[in-house]
Design a protein around this ligand. Structure first.
Ligand code: DGJ
Length: 730
């Protein structure tokens, strides 16, 4: 068992492959956090917090001034009592009280991991992979209970936490803040790492030392967003890519979130992750339960690289689902940057012909195939093929692509409605809004109210109808604006604070219904690029469009930052035209290919316009990629050089047996009289000897990793190198 409880000390000890997490039933039945760190055979209390009489620390027990919740490390602190720090739970009872004195009432341990009702979650394939603990806490005066749920994976350095609330009383309780995870770390010697960004600049790595008071990241946009990410890591100051202690925390949720760290007066750090309390309120009627999303917790003593590889395995193998989870992803051509809205079937088929000649496997028809959508001002919601552009329909186009040896994929933006649409004309109340108030448009569109069951049913029916009518084997599910005026016409005034969370629950339900009805289809999520590239969506769709910015240089930072958490198999990455449409930069075709290939790879440019030598180069790229696709998409990923730290970026993929590896190196700007670069590799077998394709010589894994490989000189800007390593004897 990875979880034990000692009734004499009342200590819970959770162990993962390399870590221990310990807490205890303490004073007043409160759960006292005792630590999360290197795995211990047994916790004997050498590092236990010492009760101290602190000035201005209120004491629930007047006879003991050393005990105050304000200085006690806790598992699930609540508002309104003697703890002045950020609460994990804030409620309002029918009598106006905001207290919730949650005291231990029982617990259960079982093998495996239970699913969460209505929410995406990590899973196990056999119950021997993990053990789970549920601890019940109850507020006696109200009957409100909280069940803290913990899972410890036996062979991964992963814990999972969530909380379920139940109103066991006789009056409704208003939930004002429910944080899925609260963790009181014993000191403040950490850097806080988050992944902020913007459209076209998603998930840059932001690392800074913790300071006193509150800090963190949040979204109030109704989506996890381009701007912040539901992830935070606490990194020991000296830790880097390869060594040092890192605690990575990831909320499995796609809506408004808050990720906070609060350094208190005694230099301990409270870390919390959950649904953003701002704008959130939920009325819990007697007998009802509320399930908060879960947090994936990874501890690494092998730096950020170790953390990332644990996340990659967990997200790739135990969060993503379906037949595509472990399958190599098809090389695709997407027509968006090739044609935008200006296409007809002849133009698409001409593009398809070139793609087929290059060995591309999947043709994706992007925005503009439905209604009368010649620009972004109309037709969202009217999922009926535009016969002006495709007179013979989607079925015919799909069949013609199949004849050319390619499969067919289609773009949807199911959560939106254009004001100029039949859908909006017949259901003006189906969008998020408050009657009589402004409905702000974004990209000329409104957001459908997915908290409504009728809207959910409409989306499932209209998308399913199209998927049944044509031979579609891939769907790109886009979402192109954030939520404003987020009211729902179906909810009463005092429940409007529930709308945005209900939207996300509705979205998950719609995605579950559609993806399970069409299990053979490969779904790729998108939100103006990577605006909802998050673990919640990954549960339904095993890959996402990483960014609308396809410039190879910009992509170095975007993919580097995204790789902190997400595996290459999940990252959509395409070769596009030059000058690049987002930044107007021209980079060599080889560099664009080298950057894009470590992911769910494809092309997004007008192949018919390429000179013949580029068409030939493209054919060679596709063939080379296919030969190494499994390694590039599913191999262990090592970051070698950070684009934020200099002119060079490098990363590599290593096979499970460490006999094969592919290294990608990009140098952004050329330098006169440049120093020679020596690149230290990682993840190889130190005892093996490696050859590099196209080069003379054999090199020891120990030398390549410890001393490094002297790279050839490059002449020019935006140049790249690819190194294919094979262990001798393989
Ligand atoms: C935003 C996406 O990120 C693009 O790839 C493209 O699908 C457009 N939407 C289409 O409107």
């Amino acid at each position: 068992m990875a979880i034990t409880f000692d009734p004499s000390t009342k200590i819970f000890h959770l162990t993962t492959s390399a870590s221990s997490y310990v807490f205890q039933i303490g004073p007043w039945g409160r759960l006292v956090h005792l630590g999360w760190g290197r795995r211990l055979a047994r916790w004997d209390g050498a590092s236990a917090p010492r009760p101290v009489d602190r000035a201005f620390a209120p004491n629930p027990d007047p006879l003991d001034r050393t005990l105050s919740l304000d200085s006690l490390p806790q598992e699930f602190p609540t508002a309104g009592g003697t703890d002045f720090r950020s609460p994990a739970l804030r409620v309002r009872h029918a009598d106006g009280a905001v207290q919730a004195d949650l005291a231990y009432t029982g617990h259960r341990v079982a093998a495996g991991k239970p699913p969460l009702s209505g929410l995406p979650c990590a899973y196990v394939e056999t119950s021997s992979e993990a053990d789970s603990l549920e601890v019940d806490l109850t507020d006696a005066p109200s009957g409100l209970s909280a069940t803290l749920v913990y899972t410890a994976y036996r062979d991964r350095d992963v814990l999972v936490r969530s909380v379920r609330l139940r109103n066991g009383g006789t009056s409704a309780v208003e939930l004002l803040s429910v944080q899925s995870l609260s963790l009181d770390l014993g000191d403040k010697q950490y850097d806080l790492l988050t992944l902020p960004g913007a459209w076209g600049r998603e998930r840059s790595v932001d690392r800074r030392p913790l300071h006193s008071g509150l800090q963190g990241a949040e979204s109030r946009r109704g989506a996890s967003s381009h701007q912040q990410h539901p992830f935070m890591a606490l990194v020991r100051p000296g830790a880097d890519e390869t060594q040092g202690e890192v605690y990575g925390l990831l909320l499995v949720y796609s809506g408004n979130f808050a990720a906070r760290a609060e350094v208190d007066q005694f230099d301990s750090t409270r870390v919390q992750l959950g649904i953003n309390p701002e704008g959130f309120a939920w009325r819990l009627e007697p007998g009802e339960t509320f399930q908060a999303p879960e947090v994936l917790m990874v501890r690494s003593s092998e730096g950020l690289g170790g953390m990332s590889r644990t996340f990659h395995q967990l997200l790739g193998r135990r969060l993503a689902r379906g037949p595509w989870r472990d399958r190599e992803r098809p090389v695709l051509i997407n027509n968006w940057e090739a044609t935008y809205f200006g296409f007809d079937s002849d133009r698409l088929l001409a593009l398809g012909d070139e793609a087929a000649k290059a060995g591309i496997e999947l043709f994706v028809l992007d925005d503009g195939w439905f209604g009368h959508r010649d620009d972004d001002r109309s037709s969202l919601g009217d999922w009926v093929v535009d016969r002006r552009k495709l007179p013979a329909g989607l079925d015919d186009l799909g069949s013609r692509l199949l004849d050319r040896g390619m499969t067919f994929g289609l773009w949807f933006e199911p959560e939106m409605v254009s004001v100029d649409s039949d859908l909006y004309r017949s259901h003006p109340d189906w969008c998020l809004h408050t009657p009589g108030r402004t409905r702000s448009e974004g990209r000329n569109q409104l957001v459908l109210d997915l908290s409504r069951p009728d809207v959910q049913d409409f989306i499932v029916a209209s998308v399913s109808k199209v998927l049944k009518e044509a031979p579609i084997s891939y769907v790109k599910w886009d979402m192109n604006r954030h939520q404003t005026e987020a009211g729902s016409a179906l909810l009463p005034p005092d429940r409007q604070g529930e709308t945005q969370h209900r939207y996300i629950l509705g979205l998950y339900s719609v995605m579950e219904r559609i993806t399970s009805a069409f299990p053979a289809i490969l779904f790729e999520s998108c939100s103006g690029g990577g605006g909802r590239f998050d673990p919640g969506i990954l549960f339904y769709m095993p890959q996402g469009w990483t960014s609308d910015n396809t410039d190879a240089v910009s992509r170095l930072a975007i993919q580097y930052g995204t790789s902190l958490v997400y595996p290459p198999s999940s990252m959509g990455a395409h070769v596009s035209a030059v000058p690049n449409h987002q930044v107007n930069r021209s980079t060599p075709l080889a560099t664009r290919y080298h950057v894009a290939r470590t992911g769910a790879f494809g092309y997004e440019l007008d192949l018919t316009k390429l000179p013949s030598e580029e068409k030939e180069a493209l054919k060679r790229q596709v063939a080379e990629f296919k030969a190494d696709r499994g390694l590039l998409q599913f191999g262990a990923f090592y970051r070698l050089l950070n684009p934020a730290e200099g002119n060079e970026t490098a990363w590599m993929s290593v096979s499970e047996d460490r006999r094969d590896a592919v290294v990608t190196y990009v140098r952004v700007l050329g330098t006169a009289n440049a120093p020679q670069s020596v690149l230290r590799l990682a993840g190889l077998d130190p005892a093996a000897r490696y050859r590099i394709d196209g080069q003379k010589g054999v090199w020891g894994g120990d030398e390549l990793m410890g001393w490094g490989l002297r790279l050839p000189d490059l002449w020019g800007d935006f140049l790249s190198l690819s190194l294919r390593l094979r262990a001798e004897g393989s």
